[in-house]
Design a protein around this ligand. Structure first.
Ligand SMILES: Cc1cc2nc3c(=O)[nH]c(=O)nc-3n(C[C@H](O)[C@H](O)[C@H](O)COP(=O)(O)OP(=O)(O)OC[C@H]3O[C@@H](n4cnc5c(N)ncnc54)[C@H](O)[C@@H]3O)c2cc1C
Length: 406
């Protein structure tokens, strides 16, 4: 316990995938970062696999390379060579092939625990980053030039800017007076791992059914991750099924392209809620990642979007610090908010819209989406645009997203 506060250039509250990436970015550029995480990293690293995987888009990989984190992730990453999208059980309607862009993978599937390990290994090597894990915040005080945290252990930390990276259920967001709207999708995300007889050849499959979308994501070996967003009531029925009966339900939707299927490990159930913060900044505070907005997992874009926040906030902070300017003053925060708000809104609208469109069985909507899918398939420039968007490679990209150092 220290009597004098530790002072840094940036305080990060919440050391999950987003908070650690932000610490790696700002700390890696040579500035002092203080991270507070309520869970203990020792316990997190020892915990068994929790079924969570992330589709890391190509733009995110460039950022992770620039942060020196990618070499720790690559040995655990399965490249995505193609994506097939279809409605219901119909054969493929749109096929995205990496060969249509430049032959490089469209993205990579990685278990979240492997990403966390790689990020932690990186920030632990940085003398500029101090991790305070297994710590609760007792008190937050915002002054004219500083934010001050008092932790349950008695430690005191201070910096000119607080980045809140606590995830979509962030309690600090409300505590600081930033409202957030929530919409329950009425769906539960069922996540599990399948072992299959035939190789997946790096193809990710997204199938849309009226009761919810169903994704099969290629993992290392003959394994795939299932992310199945299903109406709450049906998801509750699935919970009651044994592993064999559940695998049969999966096979019924997915077909036999991968041969015989069996479940590996447990199934996890995540209630799906859209969270939209009324603003991303407040006095000396920036919301980053899911704390700013949490989207539907249908597009596998949540953390990819979070990394674009990380890149924008890190660039803003580091540029100002280099010029001897205050990184937490309103002008800096306004520039971050303006940079990120549109991209977030677009993704919320896209993922929410796709989910509603495909969840509806009305004939006109059915026709419209069939025409839409067919058009995308037949118009290569439109298709390339969608592919580049999904890979996180369009828009006003911060330097790190282009793979350039800060
Ligand atoms: C089923 C499912 C599948 C998904 N698939 C993908 C995918 O394929 N691709 C993709 O990009 N995204 C995906 N996502 C989204 C992705 O998981 C999130 O965007 C990502 O985890 C956000 O990271 P975060 O660090 O912002 O928040 P979180 O992961 O929620 O981490 C928040 C951290 O803050 C800590 N914390 C919270 N409160 C406090 C506090 N008061 N004090 C200190 N610490 C605190 C927590 O312990 C935690 O470590 C998926 C999500 C779901 C539900």
């Amino acid at each position: 316990m220290s009597a004098r506060p530790s002072t840094g250039d940036l305080l990060v509250l919440g050391g999950g995938l987003t908070g650690l990436a932000l610490a790696a970015a700002v700390g890696g550029a040579g500035w002092e970062v203080l991270v507070v995480e309520r869970d203990s990293y020792g316990r997190m690293l020892d915990a068994p696999y929790d079924g969570r995987v992330t589709a890391v888009a190509r733009g995110s990989k460039l950022l992770l390379e620039a942060l020196g984190v990618w070499p720790g992730i690559l040995p655990h990453a399965e490249p995505i060579r193609g994506i097939e999208v279809a409605e219901g059980g119909v054969p493929v309607e749109v096929r995205y092939d990496s060969l249509e862009i430049d032959g490089e993978p469209l993205g990579w599937i990685v278990e979240n625990r492997r990403i966390r390990e790689a990020l932690l290994a990186r920030v632990r090597r940085l003398a500029t980053v101090r991790l305070h894990d297994g710590e609760a915040v007792r008190d937050i005080r915002r002054e004219e030039f500083m934010v001050r945290l008092r932790l349950a252990s008695g430690r005191r930390l201070a910096a000119p800017l607080l980045a809140v990276c606590e995830g979509r259920l962030s309690a600090t967001r409300g505590r600081l007076g930033i409202g957030a709207r929530r919409w329950a999708y009425g769906q539960t995300g069922i996540v599990c791992t399948l072992v299959h007889e035939r190789p997946h050849r790096g193809i990710a499959v997204e199938r849309f059914f009226p009761d919810g979308p169903f994704a099969v994501l290629p993992m290392q070996g003959r394994r795939s991750s299932i992310v199945w967003a299903l109406e709450d009531e049906l998801a509750a029925q699935m919970r009651g099924l044994g592993d064999g009966a559940f695998a049969a339900e999966v096979a019924e939707r997915f077909g036999d392209r991968l041969g015989a299927l069996r479940l590996e490990g447990p199934r996890w159930y995540y209630p799906l809620v859209l969270v939209w913060s009324e603003r991303y900044t407040d006095w000396r505070v920036a919301l980053v990642g899911d704390a700013a907005r949490g989207i539907h997992p249908i597009s596998g874009q949540g953390w990819n979007l979070a990394l674009r926040d990380v890149a924008a906030v890190a660039e803003t902070v580091v540029e100002r610090l280099r010029l001897g300017l205050d990184p937490g003053e309103p002008a800096a925060l306004e520039s971050y908010e303006a940079w990120r708000r549109f991209d977030s809104l677009a993704l919320v609208a896209i993922t929410d819209g796709i989910n509603r469109l495909f969840a509806n069985d009305l004939l006109p909507l059915k026709l419209a989406r069939n025409i839409g899918l067919a058009l995308v398939e037949r118009l290569p420039p439109a298709k390339r645009f969608f592919m580049r968007h999904a890979m996180g490679m369009v828009g006003d990209l911060p330097r790190l997203m282009r793979g350039e150092p800060l």
